[in-house]
Design a binder for this molecule. Structure first.
Ligand SMILES: [Zn+2]
Length: 204
């Protein structure tokens, strides 16, 4: 493997990158418990994009869990492999809970949170660089985010379980645009109430 890029993404910031098929992106949770929201688009046809529904349906059919782990294949809305999780130190990545937004913050945490920065704003700021907008936002992956299902069926955002320096390796299975929001949420424990920087290493 040869190193192509080593990138520091500040706390709360967005980031995006087009990976060529076969390249590997390592996302490193530098200080622990940092949720990293991500979306994926076919670099040659943005109409083909990550599908949480197809990905989880395929995992269920294979008797795999409802969260993402090493070996999980992220599928597009056309059923094709976009990215594979080829290595992981965390063991648990959510794709059910979605991204935080100003709108959902007001519903969940009170109207005074209306003007706090959120992942949806990060995604929109980064999407416009590619001529994309609100209609292109779909259900995302939350790397390092812990969302267990309680025995009563309730879905909860719980304390993150990833350790300092924890990482996940994503291998591109097609040329793929990766969109990231280093989650700025401070109203629930998805970031340990303290958003922190991440590091991204791209190699091939
Ligand atoms: Zn967020």
């Amino acid at each position: 493997m040869s190193l192509l890029e080593d990138i520091f993404v500040p706390a709360r910031a967005p980031f995006s990158k087009i990976l060529k098929a076969g390249q590997v992106m390592r996302i490193i949770d530098l200080e622990s418990q940092q949720a990293v929201d991500a979306l994926f688009y076919n670099a040659h046809d943005f109409g083909e994009r990550y599908s949480a529904q197809d990905t989880l349906a395929a995992q269920a059919a294979a008797q795999k869990p409802f969260y993402l782990e090493t070996g999980s294949v992220l599928l597009s809305n056309e059923g094709r492999a976009m990215v594979t999780l080829v290595a992981d130190t965390c063991g648990y990545h959510d794709t059910c809970a979605g991204a935080c937004s100003c709108e959902s913050n007001t519903v969940r945490f009170g109207h005074e949170t209306r003007f706090m920065h959120a992942c949806r704003e990060n995604f929109l700021a980064e999407l416009q660089k590619y001529g994309l907008g609100k209609r292109d936002l779909v259900s995302n992956v939350n790397f390092f985010m812990n969302v267990p299902i309680r025995p009563n069926g309730e879905l909860t955002v719980d304390d993150g379980v990833s350790k300092p320096g924890g990482y996940v390796d994503l291998r591109a299975e097609m040329d793929v645009l990766v969109l990231i929001s280093n989650c700025p949420q401070v109203n629930n424990p998805c970031n340990g109430f303290n958003p922190t920087p991440i590091r991204i290493i791209i190699s091939e």
